[in-house]
Write a protein that binds this ligand. Structure first.
Ligand SMILES: [Zn+2]
Length: 270
């Protein structure tokens, strides 16, 4: 590997003007004092970039332990696409391609991740949603703004859920996410409880991240997890954390040094 150490850690400060006054009255927010003392936590941490991940940069150089120092909630994937990554309340989970869910060792490497320290800025309840679109619409009608980044924790009773996994890849990697995601393993379950963990990025994020909503999931009994594809749910409790700082860290790997950004892939945008 070349001894070129390129560390790009870019913090984008977005719209420093406070939007707190504009939050709708039906959304409970923390008082201003506690908001300002927790300002240090309003950073969206992003390891690698979506465009690199789509283009087969499937090996990262940070560990699970390092990721845990960047947030207590996260989504992403492990090296070689060895499962979907979900972090909830400081505990990391690995949902493997056979559907097995486990707590990985702290030394496992991460290929791609979004993370944050969750400080609740607001929340609301939703009685019932028939599908993912219903949840998107409900959140869109409640969010203070579409121009900030948000982290979410959404608990509920799930009548059914379809989660996607990832097939583990061996180098040299041949297929990018544009091919792998449409043929991903799919896991389904009915009538159970769990928590969706995810993020919202404004459209202007482009290919740096997933534009719109991206959720991963872990069941209350920690036996079912993955990338949320579709569901029907009741009694949802939505909590969100608004973030106005964004930090992305690029992998110091040969794969990243040489990646060509020729393929594009985004989930269906709503
Ligand atoms: Zn995902």
């Amino acid at each position: 590997m070349k001894q070129v150490n390129i560390v790009l850690s870019i913090i984008i400060l977005i719209l420093v003007t406070s939007c707190k006054q504009e939050i709708k009255e039906d959304i409970k927010i923390q008082d201003n004092a506690s908001y300002s003392t927790q300002k240090k936590s309003d950073v969206f941490y992003h390891y690698s970039i979506w465009w690199a991940f789509v283009n087969k940069v499937f090996e990262g150089d940070i560990t699970a332990a390092e990721l845990k120092s960047k947030g207590d909630m996260a989504l992403g994937s492990y090296n070689f696409l060895d499962g979907e990554l979900i972090m909830l309340d400081g505990t990391l989970y690995q949902a493997k391609e056979n559907g097995e869910v486990s707590i990985p060792n702290d030394s496992i490497k991460v290929a791609y991740a979004n993370a944050a320290f969750f400080d609740k800025d607001g929340g609301f309840s939703i009685d019932k949603v028939d599908n993912y679109d219903g949840l998107r619409a409900a959140i869109n009608s409640k969010l203070p703004s579409k121009n900030f980044f948000y982290a979410f924790k959404i608990k509920g009773d799930f009548k059914n859920m379809k989660c996607g996994g990832l097939h583990k890849q061996e180098p040299p990697f041949e297929k990018g996410l544009d091919v792998l995601i449409p043929s991903r393993p799919i896991f389904e379950r009915e009538n159970f409880k769990g928590t969706m963990v995810g993020f919202y990025c404004p459209e202007f994020i482009g290919n740096i991240n997933v534009a719109g909503f991206h959720f991963h999931f872990v069941s209350e009994d920690k036996t079912f997890a993955g990338h949320v594809m579709e569901f029907e749910a009741e009694n949802l409790t939505v909590e969100f954390d608004e973030m106005n700082e964004y930090q992305f860290v690029l992998p110091e790997t040969e794969a990243y040094e040489n990646v060509g950004f020729d393929k594009e892939f985004q989930y269906e945008k709503k």
